[in-house]
Write a protein that binds this ligand. Structure first.
Ligand code: PMP
Length: 389
């Protein structure tokens, strides 16, 4: 008998499973449940984008692509980034097409971390940063952002977290799970702290297209920040393409070259069909983005109003598609709240504590769901809150 516990390396045993997973497992067994749990658009990918993927198959484009991605796709990404965010990246050399934003994050950490390097991670934030950093021998340094600061990272908080060992800052805005964003002035204050240090930044801009009220600004667009920033982005959220597994990263050519080397050994090239669909998204997808964004905005206002009417304190999210209400008045921990809400009312939301320090006392509800589901979820929430009194 092989003892697989001895086979697995210690590092993988040490990283905890995602706090999100458990709810999906329970949910999968329930027929009548409403899920505001998973962070995924509820639309199918726009038809013309799907069609471009299908057409590429019809034409027989079923082989590997260049490691860094189809050059037409990289050109399309460069054009899109310039048009939408004023970012300038050379299609050949500064852009790498990845398997989702997830691979981009993985590559960035793997290519830059030496054992013991510290990585500053503002929290609450997406669940993968800390475990990946640990896996690659880095040390996550969590910085708790505050509701009273609209969950932005303040220059003071950043300065206090920096040590001689700081190698990287993760900038997770627009933020999952809080919906917080960082505007130009906020980023300029962060840049003032970073200027003159050797700290690099991994800017996770996967929700860049989903902001309500003001356009997203990339840190790479702030003076002196371009050369220290790796921008991670993708198609999952803006184009409702989670299953296509399409993302990209861009940054200084030397870094992208190293990341392409690793990508070449670990992945070879991102899925070919998805790359053809992605060209169509980059070139002709602006209207889809706007249509979905406006829809999300309507749902955002509806759910925010609903939570507040029911007496839950809730920060108005300005980006992504999550609401992060405070549930402390219920007297439950965020995990107790989520367990009971799911068991008793069959609605899935995620405990804020799954997103790192600062998340306890909150829950994450994804509003990329139908208005009907959101309405029903609010009715069930009302019943649940009454039952607690
Ligand atoms: N970053 C953030 C903040 C996310 O929320 C997600 C998905 N939930 C990702 C990256 C990864 O997305 P994908 O790999 O589908 O591009």
């Amino acid at each position: 008998m092989i003892d697989y516990n001895n086979v697995l390396c210690q590092r993988i045993k040490d990283i905890p499973p995602s706090g999100i997973r458990k709810y999906f497992d329970i949910l999968a067994e329930m027929d009548d449940a409403i899920s505001l749990g998973i962070g995924e658009p509820d639309y199918p990918t726009p038809w013309h984008i799907r069609d471009a993927g299908i057409y590429s198959l019809e034409k027989g484009f079923t082989k590997y692509t260049p490691n860094a991605g189809l050059s037409d796709l990289r050109r399309a990404i460069a054009g899109y980034l310039k048009r939408r965010f004023g970012l300038e990246y050379a299609p050949i050399g500064q852009i790498l097409v990845t398997v989702g934003g997830s691979e981009g994050l993985d590559l960035a950490f793997r290519c830059m971390l030496e054992p013991g390097d510290e990585v500053i991670i503002p929290t609450p934030s997406f669940v993968c940063y800390g475990p990946l950093v640990s896996l690659y021998h880095g040390v996550p340094v969590y910085v708790e952002t505050k509701a009273e600061n609209d969950f932005r990272l303040t220059p003071e908080e950043l300065r206090a977290a920096i040590t001689p060992r700081t190698k990287l800052l993760v900038l997770p805005y627009p933020n999952n799970p809080t919906g917080g964003i960082m505007g130009r002035e906020d980023l300029e204050a962060i840049a003032d702290v970073l200027r003159g240090t050797d700290i690099m930044v991994v800017s996770d801009e996967i929700y860049a297209e989903l902001t309500y009220g003001q356009r997203h600004v990339s840190l790479a667009n702030i003076p002196d920040m371009y050369e220290r920033t790796v921008v991670v982005n993708g198609f999952s959220k803006a184009f409702s393409m989670t299953g296509w597994r399409m993302g990209y990263l861009c940054g200084p050519a030397e870094l992208v070259k190293a990341m392409t080397k690793l990508h070449q050994y670990g992945i070879m090239s991102a899925p070919t069909t998805s790359q053809y669909a992605a060209i169509e998204a980059m070139e002709n997808g602006d209207l889809d983005i706007e249509r979905m964004r406006q829809d999300y905005d309507g749902r955002r206002r509806y759910l925010l109003d609903g939570f507040r009417t029911l007496g839950l304190e809730c920060f108005e999210p300005k980006g992504a598609f999550y609401m992060f209400p405070c549930i402390r008045t219920t007297g439950l921990t965020s995990e107790q709240f989520c367990d009971r809400f799911l068991q008793e009312q069959r609605v899935a939301v995620i405990p804020g504590s799954a997103f790192g320090p600062g998340g306890e006392g909150f829950v994450r509800a994804c509003y990329a769901a139908s208005m009907q589901d959101l309405g029903e979820a609010l009715d069930r929430l009302e019943r649940f809150l009454k039952s607690l009194r």
